[in-house]
Design a protein around this ligand. Structure first.
Ligand SMILES: O=P(O)(O)OC[C@@H](O)[C@@H](O)c1c[nH]c2ccccc12
Length: 278
């Protein structure tokens, strides 16, 4: 039995992936991935904005979350993407998980088609199939959640071993990069950060949301920040709700932000982005 939310999500996810493979075999999926337009450069977009002295916002499109329930009843991904782009978002993040976040592959496609911004596929990735799937739906970046690799091992009744977790993450990363996509690696604590730094990517996410209590604390970012070597971009994730939160992060040279809830609850998500970061 699953003992926490991440294990619950991963249990469902593994079943979904097996079902997807039966419907769309990897070879067919690979052909689809080759047929979509080449990726937009996710990391460069962040870099350019930060070099210009501004905050770089990855604006999220999510209908619901396990901790908050439905965030937005009238949900039009294309309209939201357009609004985000108009108000200065640098990249998009689109939830594609159906069961827990009410997301979909179609939402990512709709958002991507509505603007010129690079798009992160926000989902729980464990299997290389999902990476090819991400590219086939038009994603420019994938998320690798270190905690998911730990929970996956536990789910399989194994003791998580660093070398194995790193090898698993490197496999996904190598495939993403071979397909021209960027990788955002998400961490919650020191141990996860150590593992994340074994990857090739320079994009380090620090999730302020505690996976067990669902509470957010920006101290998570402040505490881990000092352990990230130069040459990386730190993305502070979750719980950015007010201009004061943005100011606190920027005071500590954190310039990249992943924000969902605050925007999803606003009548016009892009206008809220401009208000928070204006
Ligand atoms: O809605 P918020 O608190 O602004 O958070 C956005 C983003 O950080 C959050 O959706 C998130 C971060 N990591 C995740 C992993 C899976 C699903 C969702 C997430």
């Amino acid at each position: 039995m699953a003992t926490n939310i991440l294990q619950e999500i991963l249990t469902v996810k593994l079943q979904e992936v097996e079902a997807a493979k039966a419907v769309r075999p990897l070879l067919a999926l690979r052909r689809e991935a080759e047929a979509v337009p080449p990726p937009r450069n996710f990391i460069e977009a962040l870099h350019d904005r930060i070099s210009a002295g501004s905050a770089a916002v990855i604006a999220e499109i999510k209908k619901a979350s396990p901790s908050r329930g439905v965030l937005r009843e009238r949900f039009d991904p294309a309209a939201i993407a357009t609004s985000y782009a108009l108000h200065g978002a640098v990249c998009l993040s689109v939830l594609t998980d159906l069961q827990f976040f009410r997301g979909s592959e179609d939402y990512l496609k709709q958002a991507k088609a509505a603007c010129n911004l690079p798009v992160l596929r926000k989902d729980f990735m464990l299997d290389e199939y999902q990476v090819v799937e991400a590219r086939a739906m038009g994603a420019d970046c994938i998320l690798i959640i270190v905690a998911a690799f730990r929970e996956f091992a536990l789910l399989m009744g194994e003791q998580p071993r660093d070398e194995e977790m790193i090898a698993g993450m490197l496999r996904l990363e190598a495939l993403a990069e071979a397909l021209g996509m960027a990788v955002l690696v998400e961490t919650h604590d020191r141990d996860e950060l150590e593992l994340a730094l074994q990857l090739d990517t320079t994009l380090i996410g620090i999730n302020n949301r505690n996976l067990h209590t669902f509470e957010t604390s920006l101290d998570t970012t402040l505490q881990l920040l000092t352990r990230v070597p130069p040459g990386h971009i730190v993305v502070t994730e979750s719980g950015i709700l007010a201009p004061a939160d943005v100011a606190l992060m920027r005071d500590h040279q954190v310039n990249a932000f992943l924000v969902g809830e605050a925007f999803m609850r606003a009548p016009d998500p892009g206008a809220e982005l401009a208000r928070l970061f204006g």
